[in-house]
Ligand binder design. Structure first.
Ligand SMILES: Cc1ncc(COP(=O)(O)O)c(C=O)c1O
Length: 421
């Protein structure tokens, strides 16, 4: 296995060539071309650049020996890799697997997403991962150069997508019950925004669940403004306690566009999501997906369908919930014991503790120092679309090897904090 992989890599790099029937040979060396001048591209491309730094950070591997209190996907030990591999193998062999699926997605998978969102299967478009769905939805709704309201703090991937598309993210503060409705109403009125991006359930980074009264208030604010709510339901299946019904379930008039991704509860490469949209916006999003990428690959849709409709899915969710609870509690206990200066309320779901640091601490500098002390953490600053009101860290409890590693990570973080003061 290792030798054939090494050979495949050498072939891909052009170092060797394989000749069927005769063997593998060292390839002829091509003359090196010297370093070409590609500076002309800067003039041709102009200033419209994409800043993906906030997103890329969480995808980079953490060096060996560094405790990862960073990262937003389940660790390998918690991924249902065997079940996915079996589902994938079966999916790839199905007769329809490599043809074009219906452009809206496999009917059974649309029905599965519809069941979760409390809507009709026809309201669902099967899309790529949550990030692709978000990018598609934002561009379907927000006019060129227009404002889009976002929670503050929020997921940096959402602000990066909005900025890359030329939109202006406008922050609306959240507290322990989610977004503050009076400030949302005021922001709609002040900016004329047509969309509010939010995560009402296990919000990234704070873990907050939007309270029942505020759910009503958010829907009322959108109705009043004649605007859309983009509900990013990324962490529904990472519930530690009960999860409320999604916002979309209480909206008949089509204000809510709901995005449900499968990656977070399964594996980063199961890049399948369901977008629920009703009315003309649904048509726009569908057309957008067609012109952008046609449809998500059928074998991946089949794999997702096979896995989520098998008995392995509820079993997997129960195992994930139990393990996340253990990890969340261990991280909270380690903070209380070794880093009492950091205040963090344990969230009812998701993968993160959002730790408020003492005033005056530079969270970005602390994250750098922490790495030198052997622990990787995410500074709070990129989560704020504008100036942060206070320093924070986002501490992930999903990626470390076990609870002992979480405690060790916090000890190292405490050393780093003391070193910076
Ligand atoms: C809030 C939120 N939404 C969406 C995504 C995108 O995830 P994916 O594209 O893997 O579904 C992430 C990933 O970190 C996230 O944190």
């Amino acid at each position: 296995m290792t030798v054939s992989r090494a050979l495949a890599l050498l072939v891909a790099e052009g170092v060797v060539v394989t000749r069927p029937g005769s063997g593998t040979f060292v390839a002829e060396r091509k003359e090196a071309r010297g370093s070409a001048d590609r500076g002309w591209q800067n003039a041709a491309l102009g200033e419209r650049r994409v800043d993906a730094s906030g997103v890329a950070l969480g995808l980079l591997p953490v060096p060996a020996g560094v405790v990862p209190l960073i990262g937003g996907y389940l660790p390998e030990s918690l991924r249902p890799e065997r079940a996915l591999a079996a589902a994938g193998a079966r999916a790839a062999r199905r007769p329809r697997a490599w043809g074009a699926p219906p452009p809206e997605g496999l009917p059974e998978l649309r029905a599965w997403f519809a069941g979760r969102a409390g809507c009709a299967p026809d309201d669902v478009l099967v899309s790529g991962g949550g990030q692709a769905a978000l990018w598609l939805t934002l561009r379907a709704i927000v006019p060129p150069g227009g404002p889009v309201l976002v929670e503050s703090p929020t997921y940096p991937g959402a602000t990066a997508a909005a900025r890359a598309a030329g939109f202006v993210p406008v922050p609306v503060p959240v507290d322990g019950e989610g977004v503050r409705p009076e400030l949302l109403i005021e922001a709609f009125a002040r900016t004329g925004a047509r969309a509010f991006y939010c995560q009402p359930t296990f919000h990234n980074p704070t873990g907050t669940v939007l309270s029942p009264a505020r759910r009503e208030a958010v829907l009322a604010a959108a109705r009043e403004a004649g605007a859309f709510v983009i509900e990013d339901d990324f962490a529904r299946h990472l519930a530690i306690g009960p999860a409320p019904a999604p916002l979309v379930a209480g909206d008949a008039a089509g204000h809510v566009v709901h995005i449900a991704s499968l990656t977070k509860a399964t594996a980063p490469s199961l890049r399948i999501s369901g977008i629920v949209a009703r009315g003309p916006v649904a048509e726009r999003i569908r057309a957008g997906q067609l012109v952008e990428s046609f449809f998500p690959a059928a074998p991946l849709q089949e794999t997702a369908l096979e896995f989520v409709s098998s008995p392995a899915w509820p079993r997997h969710l129960r195992a994930v919930a139990a393990e996340l609870r253990r990890r969340r509690d261990a991280l909270a206990a380690a903070l209380a014991a070794h880093l009492p200066e950091a205040e963090a309320a344990p969230p009812p779901g998701g993968l993160y503790l959002w730790a408020r640091l003492p005033d005056g601490v530079d969270d970005v500098a602390l994250a750098e120092t922490a790495r030198a002390h052997g622990v990787a953490v995410a500074p709070g600053r990129p989560y704020f679309p504008a100036e942060p009101p206070a320093p924070h860290l986002r501490l992930s409890y999903c990626a470390a090897e076990d609870t002992a590693a979480l405690t060790e990570g916090v000890r190292r973080l405490a050393d780093a904090l003391r070193a910076t003061r």
